[in-house]
Design a protein around this ligand. Structure first.
Ligand SMILES: Nc1ncnc2c1ncn2[C@@H]1O[C@H](COP(=O)(O)OP(=O)(O)OP(=O)(O)O)[C@@H](O)[C@H]1O
Ligand SMILES: Nc1ccn([C@H]2C[C@H](O)[C@@H](COP(=O)(O)O)O2)c(=O)n1
Length: 228
């Protein structure tokens, strides 16, 4: 696995990290990427790692509950990230990892402790100077517990479902609002209930509710908290 440039074998505590965790469609990816751009930092979309691992498993015919086989697969995945594009085994995965089915498959394998452990070092290898903005579910709690700033980004399930609906429609994908709301609530419940690295606001994270915030306002608020 590589993050488009040589791997750093160990994480470096001197390099600042902004960890943005939260439920699905809360805007983590959008806000994290814009904050990273503003600060000139690297960006880690950790959910994409789980999504592409699930895709690789499906291509290899590995069941999504076969923990040993999934952990072994994760340890030798040929995945790289380059300018927002994901490469698996030398080919671009494109929108295959952006569907709700892909999010659900990722959520299922993400509940397996050995699979999560196998992905830890790869995620930490993204910590490079001058800094990193990382989004996911356990960025502040497990992957970067010493992060400089930890944000728990959220919005009501209804607002998130509407945003996801709009996003899918804009991409020309089929979408049904009530189905999206149901899927999103099920995924959040699974991600919150698992025994390892559950989705939760850790004690040292600060809450950012974007129900009534524009993307620009959410980005500015993260930057303000970082600079404070
Ligand atoms: N504050 C906001 N106001 C309006 N739309 C927003 C806001 N934040 C994000 N969005 C939109 O909501 C959609 C979902 O955002 P995004 O994909 O960043 O969420 P996410 O938390 O990364 O989702 P997932 O966990 O499923 O990957 C996008 O279309 C994005 O543009
Ligand atoms: N740090 C992470 C990131 C993601 N996951 C799992 C749980 C999510 O439902 C799924 C897809 O993530 P998304 O792309 O929607 O952010 O992957 C996780 O457990 N830990």
């Amino acid at each position: 696995m590589n993050a488009s440039s040589p791997l750093t074998p160990h994480s470096s505590p001197a390099i600042p990290v902004i960890a943005i965790d939260g439920p699905s469609a809360s805007g983590k990816g959008t806000v994290a990427a814009l904050v990273a751009k503003e600060l000139g930092f690297h960006y880690l979309d950790s959910g994409a790692i789980y999504r592409v691992t699930a895709l690789a498993a499906q291509r290899a015919g590995i069941a999504l509950d076969d923990e040993n086989a999934l952990a072994e697969l994760a340890g030798k995945l040929d995945v790289s990230f380059d300018n927002g594009e994901i490469w698996l085994d030398g080919t671009q995965v494109g929108e295959a990892v952006r569907t709700e089915e892909s999010g659900n498959a990722a959520s299922k394998i993400a509940s397996l402790p050995r699979l999560r452990a196998a992905l830890l070092a790869f995620q930490r290898s993204f910590r490079k100077a001058p800094g990193l903005v990382a989004d996911g579910r356990d960025m502040g709690s497990v992957v970067f517990p010493d992060a400089t700033l930890k944000i728990f980004l959220t919005a009501s399930a209804e607002v998130r479902a509407e945003r996801r609906y709009k996003q899918l429609m804009e991409k020309g994908m089929r979408a049904n609002l009530s189905q999206i709301l149901q899927d999103l609530q099920q995924r959040d419940a699974r991600d919150s209930a698992r025994s390892v690295a559950p989705l939760q606001k850790c004690a040292d994270a600060s809450l950012l509710d974007t129900d009534t915030l524009t993307i620009a306002a959410a980005v500015n608020e993260v930057l303000r908290r970082y600079q404070a």
